[in-house]
Structure formats: structure tokens, C-alpha cells
Design a protein around this ligand. Structure first.
Ligand code: CO
Length: 215
């Protein structure tokens, strides 16, 4: 059986490198974490959360799933969010999608992947909701890009509607929710201008972001 020895040696080199630069790095980090950001992103291996925003261990709290979906009955993402907001007191929640998302593409094309199809129903809900808007674009590439964007905008709205966020804002806790999208072809992030720091802002930001999509 392969023991994946190369990954262990990579790990040793990585730990040694960090230790050389800061001998107290792991010691300090083991005691506590103070991340300012919660990242909710796609599980896609081409979108490495910490790396693409240049953050070190301890600085980014991360939840990833297929197609960066936030579902109101998913206790996995809800628990991550609740822990991040109530216990860690993160200042920002970033929902980050990416262009060329395989889950979004399968949804747009009506392709079957297997069990994941049930999860991707939530992306299909986004597709159905914005079917008229998406029909403006003839090319599949444009429709896919905009569905990836709309999926982020919808998931930001879902985050804002959770009891976690409503309670946090009710007690005036400063937390802002953002919607970003990552371009795998250029390695760059784009802000979808759907940031919100209150229930009212969330409602306006959602409409503004949907309207801002190019005709
Ligand atoms: Co993806």
C-alpha cells in the first residue's frame, strides 16, 4: 500500500520552513486562533483559499463544499458559520465562487454526476430563479460565467438570512458578508458588490448585484 511518503516529506519541509522563519509560530498557534475571516468556497482543488489571498495558518477559517452552496438545513455549514461568528468573532464572511465551476456547469447542462446531483439541486434552484435573465446570453460560456456569479449572489443572501447572521446583527456585532468570484484563468478575485453588514443592506445588495450583471 502506498503511504504517500512524498506528502509527508512535503509536510516536514513546510513545517521546517515556517519554524526557521518564526521559531514560535506553531507554539503560539497551538494555543489559540484569531481568524478575522470565514471563507465559504468551492471544494475545487484549483481554488486554494488561504493561498490565493496570501493568508497564513490561523488567519482564515474555511468551509468548502461542492459549488460553494449555503443551504438553510445544512448543519455542517451552519455550524461552521455559528462557530466562526459567535465564538471566533470573525469580522468578514466571504462567499467565494469561481468561474468554470464543474458543479455549476453540470447543472447548466443538466448532466448527471451521481449523488452530487441532489446537492446541486440548490444550484438548479438558482438557475430556475434566473432563467429569464440567463437567456439573454447566447453563448454557453457567458451563461456559465453568469450562473457562477448568480450562485455566489444567492448564497450570500442565504448566509444573510441565517439565524446566525440575524442574531449577530441584532446584537450589533460587526460582521460583513461578501460575495467574490475567482478566475482560474488569471488567478484573480473579483468583488460582486453584494457586501452587507445588516439585514436591510443585504436586501439592497442582493438586488443591486443582480441588476449589475451585464445585459
Ligand atoms: Co466549483
Amino acid at each position: 500500500m502506498s503511504s504517500l511518503a512524498d506528502l509527508f516529506s512535503n509536510n516536514q519541509a513546510w513545517a521546517e520552513d515556517l519554524n526557521t522563519r518564526d521559531p514560535k509560530f506553531f507554539e503560539d498557534l497551538a494555543v489559540q486562533q484569531h481568524p478575522e475571516y470565514l471563507w465559504i468556497g468551492c471544494a475545487d482543488s484549483r481554488v486554494p483559499a488561504e493561498e490565493l489571498v496570501g493568508l497564513a495558518p490561523g488567519e482564515l477559517f474555511v468551509h468548502r463544499n461542492v459549488a460553494n452552496v449555503v443551504v438553510h438545513t445544512d448543519f455542517n455549514s451552519l455550524s461552521v458559520m455559528q462557530f466562526a461568528v459567535d465564538v471566533l468573532k470573525v469580522k468578514h464572511i466571504i462567499v467565494c465562487g469561481h468561474y468554470g465551476c464543474s458543479g455549476v456547469k453540470a447543472t447548466l447542462r443538466g448532466e448527471r454526476l451521481g449523488l452530487a446531483d441532489n446537492w446541486l439541486r440548490h444550484v438548479d434552484d438558482v438557475l430556475q430563479k434566473h432563467r429569464d435573465l440567463l437567456s439573454h446570453w447566447e453563448s454557453e460560456t457567458h451563461r456559465l460565467n453568469h450562473l457562477c456569479e448568480l450562485n455566489v449572489i444567492e448564497q450570500v443572501a442565504n448566509v444573510c438570512k441565517t439565524t446566525v447572521m440575524r442574531d449577530a446583527w441584532e446584537r450589533n456585532q460587526p460582521v460583513t458578508v461578501h460575495g467574490w468570484i475567482y478566475g482560474m484563468k488569471d488567478g484573480l478575485l473579483r468583488d460582486l458588490h453584494t457586501s452587507a453588514s445588516s439585514v436591510d443592506e443585504a436586501r439592497n445588495a442582493y438586488q443591486r448585484a443582480v441588476n449589475a450583471l451585464p445585459e
